[in-house]
Design a protein around this ligand. Sequence first.
Ligand SMILES: Cc1ncc(COP(=O)(O)O)c(C=O)c1O
Length: 464
Amino acid sequence: MKKLFDARSALLPKRWGLDIDTDGALIHGGCRLVDVAQTFGTPLHVVNEQRLAETARRFLHAVDDLYPGKTSVHFAFKCNPVPGVIEIVRRAGLKAEVASEYELRLALKLGYSGRDIVVNGPYKPAPLLKLCLASNVRFIVVDALYELEELNALCEAERCEVDVLLRINPDVVPKGMNQGSATGSRKGCAFGLDLKGGEVVEALARLKRSERVHFCGYHFHIGTGIYLPDEYRRALEQLKQIVEHTHREGFVIRVFDVGGGFATMNSREMTARELLLYQGWERLPAGVPSRRDLTFGDFARAVSGGLHAVFGSGTLPELIVEPGRSIASSSQVLLLTVHRVKERSGLRKWLITDGGISNVTMPTYYEYHEVFLCDDARRPRSETVTITGPACFAADIVYRNKSMPAVEPGMVLAIMDSGAYFTSWESSFGFPRPAIAAVKNGRVRVIRKRETFDQMIERDVVYS
Ligand SMILES: Cc1ncc(COP(=O)(O)O)c(C=O)c1O
């Protein structure tokens, strides 16, 4: 029987892997968060090492257990390109998926072999392609026909060969997904080869003529925050004909890469409707887990079922998966200090903090994350407040109309699930970028130092 979401447990910090001490203070990885905030200052991300490693291992095992063929799990660097985080994920056994020259250089610097790297993205200029060839990456995922030509010319010039996957845009938009996240939409997103427009067939024809660029299989990535596992099955089933065509043309599909996108259970992307209501009318969604809890096994089963449906009794390809948010999101919290509480009687109450979308919370613009009071997580949520960031910029908001306990200046808020896309999005906007600490068994270590004011201007050149 399916496990139903229990509304009473929705706001219990336990659900987020947090404990509460006798004073009501939140504990993460054995450390009181208010103490960590005091010691290292805020804004501060705090990564729970054990939770991150366990999540990564659970993902790996789910895919391995439920898919009968070979599997590889590649962590999507773009989601959290912090070396200290990647190192934990890597030790758990995940490989790398990168989407820029910076990410590729980072992967190599962190010790990944090229054979453990898949390279993605719509923007692959010559220096990136050359580095891919020089470092012998396992696959370049071809995003467009022109990229195939560029790669061919480059391989001719360098007298080398390369294995590629073709990224297909299957024209599938997962249910409820906002347009900004729907990367498998033909009209809404430039990514991938246009299946319906015949580009995949054309790419195969060109690959047939190429002696240096070798077809190894397919890739898609249909969006992020997908909470209906069957969407993967639906997307895969769209590809039955192209798979048959590929076989008829004499190609072997050795690998199928289904991208990332698995939802997390304690935070979520807003749907298109929710986003409209929130940004247009300030109606923040009521809570986080508005659906039943899913496991990695649910996703793995759907993907496995989809591949069985497409390949029938034929040989199943190796399955590659590229999760980002489902690995990193739920192990990290972002601490903000409430600087002042400002109220206009009968109108609104604001909590003015040291972090908002201008510098550290960009995902809260389109995702719902729970917010806890670290000083006393048991206080009842008695008020509706707007939580702002520090910038002199009206849109610098964490959340409008958030239900919160009574909060006083100096208290610390925890924005939950800050492990995916927060650090990637952060910007200075007049404030140093935050430090990151990792906690484990009551011990804290800094894995990224806070930016200094000097570092904020060190790239600038002033002519006198
Ligand atoms: C090609 C590709 N793979 C994997 C991912 C990771 O997605 P997620 O963080 O939703 O798992 C992304 C995210 O944008 C992506 O573009």
